[in-house]
Design a protein around this ligand. Structure first.
Ligand code: DAH
Length: 344
């Protein structure tokens, strides 16, 4: 009978040995564990037969079965470790990075040409001690026109076809309202020295006009400011922006908020002044409007025109960019065509 016990256990052991060698992955190994050591497994089944044995054989049977169980558990554990290592190294093989493969190409974003020009303008004026301010694009009629010396029915309002929201509110047609807002915020402190870049809106749409475009306003107010200061600042700006050797020409003009007023031309950046298609043969390109701040504008903003003077200027950023980059159609700035944008 005792031999029978040994045989039974031996058979179980060899069965187990075969199975474990055939278990090639963790899943098969787990099935094996359940089959032999699980609650309804072989060991449990044998354990149940113990009652049928003669009493004196039971302890030996139990002992052998337990020994087998422990040995089997150990073997399962070490096989599991083995398989896990194999698994990991297989995965490593599969996922190993080949550093020699070419990378996936991707497109790098870049700044819009108008952003580049704005930043350049801001940089130049910052270096001259100007503060950069921003104002609302939806503006009161008061700031856009009234305080700039353009009362209702003033003919100069027709110079700019406006988008009105209601009778008091409109999309600003220029950045000049920021002259008033800046002075109101500063008064009575001196000096006022600001530039204000931003979007402006007009009912215009062709090769050189867009219903939305960008301007930079400049304003300096202090004791003893003269037109010579205006000329000096603008000349410095021009030469920083377009290169040494550029000349400026001031032409008498009219703006309700400046007196005297001037339109400013630079010597043509294409032909240098001899005359070409870009400058229409004149040798000059108009780049901005400017003038000495009108006494009434100073007054409504909280400064005494008897004590202080100022100059102001306003230029179109698209215009500067078109000249600098040789772009002929303003609409190219807004079409988001990568072939265009990638060039800057
Ligand atoms: N705001 C004017 C326009 O949009 C430009 C301008 C002219 C601004 C003269 C000024 C200035 O500050 O002094 O046409």
């Amino acid at each position: 009978m005792q031999e029978n016990i040994h045989e039974k256990i031996e058979e179980l052991r060899s069965q187990f040995q075969q199975s474990i060698n055939g278990a090639l992955d963790l899943e098969a190994l787990e099935k094996l564990r359940i089959k032999f050591l699980g609650k309804k497994g072989e060991v449990t089944a044998l354990m149940r037969t113990v009652g049928r044995l003669p009493a004196e054989e039971r302890p030996l049977f139990g002992k052998l079965l337990n020994e087998f169980k422990n040995a089997a558990e150990e073997m399962l554990e070490s096989r599991k470790k083995q398989l896990k290592e194999k698994d990991a190294s297989l995965r490593w093989e599969k996922e190993r990075l080949d550093m020699t493969l070419p990378g996936k190409p991707f497109q790098l974003g870049r700044k819009h040409p108008l952003t580049l020009i704005s930043e350049e303008i801001e940089e130049i004026f910052s270096c001259m001690g100007f503060q950069i301010v921003e104002g609302p694009e939806v503006e009161l009629d008061y700031y856009n026109f009234e305080a700039l010396n353009m009362p209702k029915e003033h003919p100069a309002r027709d110079m700019q076809d406006s988008f009105y929201i209601n009778s008091e509110v409109l999309l600003r047609t220029h950045t000049s309202p920021m002259q008033i807002r800046a002075m109101e915020a500063m008064a009575p402190r001196l000096p006022v020295r600001i530039i204000c870049p931003g979007k402006v809106f007009r009912r215009d749409d062709d090769m050189t006009h867009s219903p939305m475009f960008h301007q930079v306003e400049g304003l300096v107010v202090d004791k003893g400011i003269t037109m010579a200061d205006l000329k000096g600042i603008l000349l410095l700006f021009t030469r920083e922006m377009f290169g040494e050797g550029r000349e400026l020409r001031f032409r008498p003009s009219f703006f309700p908020f400046t007196e005297p007023s001037a339109e400013v031309d630079i010597s043509c950046i294409i032909c240098g002044g001899s005359g070409c298609r870009t400058c229409g043969g004149t040798g000059w390109l108009e780049i901005l409007g400017s003038g000495m701040v009108h006494p009434r504008v100073l007054e409504v903003s909280g400064y005494n025109p008897e004590e202080v003077t100022g100059f102001a200027f306003g230029m179109g950023i698209e215009r500067i960019a078109m000249l600098k980059y040789g772009i002929e159609d303003i609409r190219l700035f807004y079409q988001n065509d990568l072939r265009m944008l990638q060039q800057y």
